[in-house]
Design a protein around this ligand. Structure first.
Ligand SMILES: Nc1nc2c(c(=O)[nH]1)N[C@H]1C(S)=C(S)[C@@H](COP(=O)(O)OP(=O)(O)OC[C@H]3O[C@@H](n4cnc5c(=O)[nH]c(N)nc54)[C@H](O)[C@@H]3O)O[C@H]1N2
Ligand SMILES: Nc1nc2c(c(=O)[nH]1)N[C@H]1C(S)=C(S)[C@@H](COP(=O)(O)OP(=O)(O)OC[C@H]3O[C@@H](n4cnc5c(=O)[nH]c(N)nc54)[C@H](O)[C@@H]3O)O[C@H]1N2
Ligand code: SF4
Ligand SMILES: [Mo]
Length: 686
């Protein structure tokens, strides 16, 4: 290694449960290679293909490297370079003018472009709190499942991912682990080598389903019915841990009665699969139960994007308690462990600053209905019309549902829009100003994880490219111009990293090795101790009942259930393409080359009667819009369901739209989340 070569420890910033530890090799100030840190057990020295190409993204010739001001119509993507001072002075003045009338007419829009706690919601949150802007209800991904867990287990807590390697039966439920949770899949494979059985529950025959022993290709949104039928079989056959149920659960008699209404035949009709498949899975569960072998469920967010998503998570989350699976560290369930992190959110985000804004409790705007909300006039219920948007870490024009309306909202001439970005995305194309942000290789950050239980530190590996600034610096400079003189706006990024967990995580360990494991028990609920009001796993939720809802997990039909509209006979789901991460990486040529074109997977039973052959260009449509893509006819799709793999940039698609042109803005039962996979369409040849 030459004297000018260094290796810098970092963390993958992407919205992925794996939160890998990175090692970036820097030669003469240039990042030449990004690898997985072999010292971090969860990463094991391995990265996914996407992030192995990180330098290609960082040094992409189309990176935005100076502030830009719009010169063409909104959406045209025509801009001119402008200096930082000029851009920030103008932005501050424009926001100030709106804030004087009503700061709630200003809305921040952000999500998980980076999962970093510092470049995510730290100075930005302080800024918008101090301003009194509308608050964003961040629901676009996980809030239905989060609510389902919260009402059942008491929080986003579950099995430690590493112990899946010791499980004997693993249900991979609503997750394409090979594509979106690769490091979990390594543990599942280890278990498989030790003789475990793997079962995939997914409407799509995903890459993961290919590699499991069994695949239950249920219709989207029917998971609760399946969970109840499995409970039915456990009750009928006596595969019940009576001791665990008695000591650590609430509402068993009611749950038992409800489950007995769901024999496998009834559930099979709802799920669109053979009853034998359900019976067989129940027998696998029963066999493990009788041998006292650990049974584990890797639940993931793919199964909570339909109307009943929250209740479906509740129903599935009851199973491990019924079986007493939590007694073993390799048994139970994992959806997310993010509740295990001792994050000092209020220290980072300073919601107390709302008191200084003059608007102590600004309204919430649900990010999943941004299409409608941008087009909504002022009214007593809604409040002021949205006059300004500040977007960072997100690409709503591509990722939010019913994107025709989102794009129409962003195209409003009377809307003032600022976008902090790396690239001219579909969203940035609609901005009045685009501000160049640094990437993970160029800034400090600190990370929790939703798939493992380690904290990771990210140190900058290279200097910011061009004139790019970290999000934090952009908001610090805006705060100064708005006259916000609270000392917390001077905190630098390393200080913010230290504030995130305070004394709860040893910062020296992070500085030295790049990661630190939380001190957690091996089996979180082996002896109960659920953080619910009752301290038990709540099969029956009095909190939900008090809100006028069913206290038990419900089986809810989709908003757009199959058969409910003869014009649109096909259900469409839109799970991620493996080589993109949401809409990130779509503009990285080597990854786009692998994905080829926007694809719709169809079963031959649906393709043949429509005269669609493999490789044909097709139009997918419903009342909301049309999306052109290429049909891939084969066994990945089950009959009656088409898979429109996401999430392409609209402008890189075949007709300037993407799959969200077809999705709608109706929400889930719990958690106010979008229902991307609850969508009816029809398909014809282009
Ligand atoms: N490569 C890659 N990795 C990613 C992402 C990405 O875009 N690309 N996205 C990241 C993000 S933001 C998230 S939230 C996580 C998501 O993590 P996961 O939820 O594990 O992600 P997916 O791979 O989308 O798996 C969802 C699976 O659910 C299936 N599915 C759809 N509807 C239903 C249903 O009603 N019931 C059941 N049982 N299954 C259903 C889909 O066919 C799909 O195979 O992944 C993260 N990782
Ligand atoms: N149809 C359909 N729609 C979906 C989904 C689906 O499965 N199907 N999945 C949904 C899910 S699970 C999610 S989580 C959302 C994801 O939606 P988003 O969170 O909006 O994710 P991305 O599309 O990856 O866009 C993130 C943007 O942040 C930018 N970015 C990254 N790091 C930084 C930074 O440090 N600073 C700044 N300023 N910008 C940065 C990236 O360049 C990128 O353009 O999409 C949802 N939309
Ligand atoms: S996207 Fe996921 S698997 Fe890939 S490097 Fe990042 S954390 Fe690891
Ligand atoms: Mo997500």
């Amino acid at each position: 290694m030459s004297a000018s070569t260094q290796v810098i420890r970092g963390a993958c910033p992407h919205d992925c449960p794996d939160t890998c530890a990175l090692l970036t090799t820097v030669t003469d100030g240039v990042a030449v290679k990004v690898q997985g840190n072999p010292a971090h057990p969860q990463t094991g020295g391995v990265l996914c293909t996407k992030v192995s190409r990180y330098t290609e993204r960082t040094y992409h010739p189309e990176r935005v490297l100076t502030p830009l001001r719009r010169t063409g119509p909104k959406g045209s993507g025509r801009f001119e370079p402008v200096g930082w001072a000029e851009a920030l002075d103008d932005i501050a003045a424009r926001l100030q003018a709106i804030a004087i009338r009503d700061p709630q007419a200003i809305l921040p829009y952000s999500y998980a472009g980076t999962m970093g706690l510092v470049q995510g919601e730290s100075i930005a949150a302080r800024f918008f709190h101090r301003l009194g802007a509308s608050r964003l209800d961040r629901t676009i991904c996980a809030s239905a499942g989060a609510a389902g867990l919260e009402y059942t287990l008491g929080g986003k807590l579950g099995m430690r991912v590493e112990f899946f390697a010791e499980s004997r039966l693993i249900l991979i439920w609503g997750s394409n682990s090979i594509g979106s949770n690769l490091h979990f899949w390594r543990y599942a494979q280890e278990a498989k080598r030790q003789g475990a059985k793997l079962v995939c529950i997914d409407p799509r025959r995903s890459e993961t389903a290919d590699k499991c022993h069994e695949h239950l290709a249920i219709l989207p949104g029917t998971d609760a019915a399946l969970a109840y039928a499995l409970m039915h079989e456990c009750i009928v056959h006596g595969w019940l841990d009576h001791g665990y149920i008695a000591r650590h659960t609430l509402g068993w008699p009611q749950l038992r009665d409800r489950a007995l209404e769901w024999p496998p035949e009834r559930a099979a009709a709802v799920c669109g699969i053979a009853a034998e498949q359900i019976v067989k899975l129940a027998q696998d569960i029963g066999r493990c139960f009788e041998r006292q072998e650990p049974i584990a469920i890797r639940l993931n967010y793919g199964m909570q994007r339909t109307r009943g998503g929250g209740n479906a998570v509740r129903a599935v989350a009851c199973l491990p308690a019924v079986l007493g699976a939590w007694r073993h560290r390799a048994g139970g369930l994992l959806l997310s462990n993010s509740g295990a992190f001792p994050l000092q959110r209020d220290v980072l985000q300073r919601p107390d600053l709302l008191q200084r804004s003059g608007v102590p409790a600004p309204r919430f705007i649900n990010m999943s209905t941004i299409g409608d909300d941008l087009l909504r006039p002022a009214s007593p219920e809604f409040g002021p019309r949205i006059e300004a948007l500040v977007v960072y870490n997100s690409n709503p024009v591509a990722v939010a549902p019913e994107s025709g309306k989102v794009a129409a909202g962003f195209a409003r001439d009377d809307l003032f829009t600022v976008v902090l970005e790396h690239f001219l995305t579909d969203t940035a194309d609609h901005a009045d100003y685009v501000l160049p942000a640094t990437t993970q290789l160029e800034h400090w950050d600190i990370h929790a994880s939703y798939g493992h239980t380690d904290v990771l530190l990210n140190r900058p590996a290279i200097a910011p490219l061009g004139q790019a600034w970290p999000n934090t610096q952009i908001f610090r400079e805006l705060a100064r111009r708005m006259g916000f003189d609270e000392p917390c706006f001077n905190d630098d990024d390393e200080t913010l990293c230290r504030q995130a967990f305070g004394a709860a995580v040893d910062f020296d360990t992070l500085l030295q090795q790049g990661f630190a494991s939380l001190p957690l028990p091996d089996a979180p609920f082996a002896a109960g101790g659920f953080p619910t009001p009752s301290g038990k796993c709540e099969f029956f939720s009095e909190r939900l009942q008090a809100q006028g809802m069913d206290g038990l997990p419900q089986v809810l039909p989709n908003h757009e259930a199959v058969g409910s509209d003869p014009r649109y006979p096909l259900a469409m789901i839109s799970p991620p393409a493996r080589h993109f991460l949401n809409s990130t990486f779509v503009n990285v040529q080597s990854l786009r080359d692998v994905e080829g074109e926007p694809v719709l997977e169809m079963h031959p039973d649906d393709a043949t009667p429509r005269g669609v052959a493999d490789g044909d260009r097709v139009i997918v449509f419903n009342d909301r819009g049309r999306y052109e893509c290429v049909a891939r006819v084969g066994q990945r799709a089950r009959p009656g369901v088409v898979n429109g793999l996401g999430i392409w940039w609209r402008k890189l698609g075949l007709n300037g739209t993407n799959v969200n042109e077809l999705t709608h803005q109706r929400l889930t039962d719990l958690g106010r989340a979008p229902t991307f996979y609850d969508c009816l369409v029809e398909v014809r040849r282009a």
